[in-house]
Design a protein around this ligand. Structure first.
Ligand code: NAD
Ligand code: ZN
Length: 358
């Protein structure tokens, strides 16, 4: 198909406190006595007041998701196997957390109905059967995972999402009040994922009016929040949540670029997390995104954020080669960033020099 026929999230509820409507939203989705499974970010595991707001019924279960590492295919398969062993089938999976927990919820939902290992489905349109009902509830804003058609997983041979029309959530619950407790450095790293999505989309060769409309709005919101505001407030949480949504919509119809392509190499070799990894790379991309990098540095300074330096120091040639291979494997990202002749522009030597600067 020449024009992408873009599958979107079915239902969206937005507003401070809307989380308390979850019970009502889930009620018509319950199938017999099959339980709803709530995946909860480990941050909330001892937050009794929050846990008491989860609308548990019957055999429903809370599963605490370990977010020490970004989601792995092995972890997805293990959680799926445990749910199948305990319940056979479930009514739905609700992911409450950041990109890591939302991606786990998407992946396990799909793996409840598709046979084999989640590693078999890393790629484009390999998932053939709809998963069980799934809901995404972000508790930190920026990745756009709430609206995307992928769930990023690290598998035995690659870090790649299960991209498919079955991957987007059936429902998302956007309650900015849930993000209040995020620690400022982490909030910044994940928010910059959104800012970088916008710059990469707006400066990319795949740009079109659909992506531009969302990307410009999201970037404007990020700049308002991080450059114009003197103090963090409810308005900032609300706007950042909508920036994440719009940034996700922008890349859904275009593509990300250099920072993502390079940071995927770091993630694969060193386990560097997505938000902070993108910041480490973007900080050095003035030759590709001059205006965006200037703004980024202003935001870093204003908020006294620590951007790690020298993380590739002492790596071997073999390790650099691994990162270069992973990165150059992301062809659509490079093509969006640099155009059809990207291979001539981003040579292995040039990419090695860039990795050495990180
Ligand atoms: P995350 O989900 O890894 O969470 C980061 C940290 O914030 C964790 O320590 C978590 O415990 C904490 N946290 C979350 N909510 C909190 C709250 N309300 N209060 C206090 N602490 C809280 O981080 P992220 O940046 O949101 O997500 C990164 C993941 O998202 C990566 O795995 C990345 O691959 C994935 N991602 C997916 C997509 C997609 O389209 N599917 C897009 C971008 C990134
Ligand atoms: Zn991203």
């Amino acid at each position: 198909m020449k024009f992408r026929n873009f599958k979107m999230v079915d239902y969206v509820v937005y507003g401070s406190g809307c989380f308390d409507q979850l019970g009502e939203i889930l009620a018509p989705r319950r199938v017999g006595d099959a339980p709803m499974i709530f995946f909860v970010d480990e941050y909330f595991q001892d937050k009794k007041e929050f846990l008491s707001r989860i609308p548990l019924q019957g055999k429903d279960k809370v599963v605490v998701i370990d977010v020490t590492d970004e989601p792995k295919t092995k972890y997805v398969d293990q959680v799926r196997d445990e749910l199948v062993a305990e319940f056979g089938t479930v009514s739905g999976i609700i992911g409450i957390g950041g990109g890591s927990v939302m991606d786990m919820a998407k992946a396990v939902s799909l793996m409840m109905t598709n046979p084999g290992s989640s590693a078999d489905y890393q790629g484009w349109d390999l998932v053939k059967v709809a998963g069980v009902y799934k809901v995404g509830i972000p508790t930190i804003s920026g990745t756009g995972a709430e609206v995307s058609r992928t769930c990023v997983l690290t598998g035995p041979t690659r870090k790649l999402g299960m991209n498919s029309d079955f991957t987007p959530f059936d429902q998302i619950v956007l309650d900015p009040a849930l993000t209040k407790t995020v620690e400022p450095n982490q909030r910044f790293y994940t928010a910059m994922d959104c800012f970088i999505h916008c710059v990469e989309s707006l400066e990319g060769t795949y740009l079109n009016a659909f992506s531009q409309s969302y990307g410009e709005k999201a970037q404007e919101l990020c700049e308002e929040i991080f450059l114009q505001k003197e103090n963090w407030d409810d308005d900032a949480d609300e706007k950042l949540m909508m920036a994440s949504y719009a940034g996700g919509m922008s890349i859904a119809y275009s593509q990300v670029g250099v920072a993502h392509a390079v940071s995927y190499g770091l993630a694969y070799l060193l386990g560097t997390k997505h938000g902070i990894g993108n910041c480490i790379v973007f900080d050095k991309l003035e030759e590709f995104y001059p205006e965006g990098v200037v703004k980024f540095k202003q935001m870093v300074k204003k908020h006294s954020i620590d951007i790690p330096q020298g993380i590739t120091k002492g790596l071997t040639d073999e390790q650099f080669d691994t990162m270069i291979n992973v990165s150059l494997g992301m062809a659509p990202l490079w093509e969006n960033a640099l155009g059809k002749d990207w291979k001539e522009i981003m040579t292995r030597e040039r990419l090695r020099k860039l990795y050495e600067r990180l």
